[in-house]
Ligand binder design. Sequence first.
Ligand SMILES: C[S@@+](CC[C@H](N)C(=O)[O-])C[C@H]1O[C@@H](n2cnc3c(N)ncnc32)[C@H](O)[C@@H]1O
Length: 275
Amino acid sequence: MTTEKVDFTGVQSTMLVTLFLRAADARDAEPVLGDHFAVEAVNRIDYDWKKIDKPGSLRGRFGVALRAKLLDDWTAGFLRRHPDATVLHLACGLDSRAFRLELPAGVRWFDVDLPDVIELRRKLYDEDDRYRMIATSVTDATWLDGVPTDKPALIVAEGLLMYLEEAEVRGLLRRLTDRFRTGELIFDGAAPWMARTTQLLSKYLARWYRYPPFRTAVRDGSDIERWNPSLHYRDDIATMARYEQIPDPKARRTYRLGSRIAWYRNSIRVFRAEF
Ligand SMILES: C[S@@+](CC[C@H](N)C(=O)[O-])C[C@H]1O[C@@H](n2cnc3c(N)ncnc32)[C@H](O)[C@@H]1O
């Protein structure tokens, strides 16, 4: 087995955290998501995992797995209704959603991320007729030129919009709704207090907190319609509110308690909008 040396910094490094936490969940006796692709990817990447492999970080695996599971469920639901859909999986990192889910034969899937992430991804996963990777910033105006737009679109953005400026979010969403006639956007959004906290951490505790701060937050579904009036907010679920899916009793109790405090429960929510 070949290993790939990686030393990302900046926003690209955040996908190593989510990858490692999905792998940690999969190694649990009773996982929430059970993403064995993440375990294989971690084993093949030569990175100083000790930076992430700490009790404080590992506790976050439940939230990461719940979020991924919810987006998997919503993706599977959309593909059942639209078995000929085009999926744009933005900021895919090394996520294996395209392989975790059973895709109907008519689905075309595009995994999109920054060039150095896709370069690594290409060493770990293969493309075929129905599955492609696109190396670009989603803020680039031209990458959509290569994507067929004749089918309903599912746009999945997990761990992305918070790292963009609001003007970049608006520009991206406008290009998407201009191109595709119909579709759905599903994404996770951070509460404004979370964004402020990451901004303070990166300003005052930069030596300890090495990740980029969140730049765009979501107060509620009306923000989505304000960003882009073609999008119609349909639903949102706080990942923490799905605590019943955590098999580990101690973690389930902690998440259940957290979910009783509205502002805390809503720190990360998954949103769904149609166009
Ligand atoms: C928190 S990680 C999430 C990765 C993946 N969705 C997951 O859950 O493991 C954030 C990802 O956003 C990607 N990203 C950030 N800004 C981007 C941009 N402008 N264009 C494309 N990808 C971007 C990063 O490279 C990284 O892979």
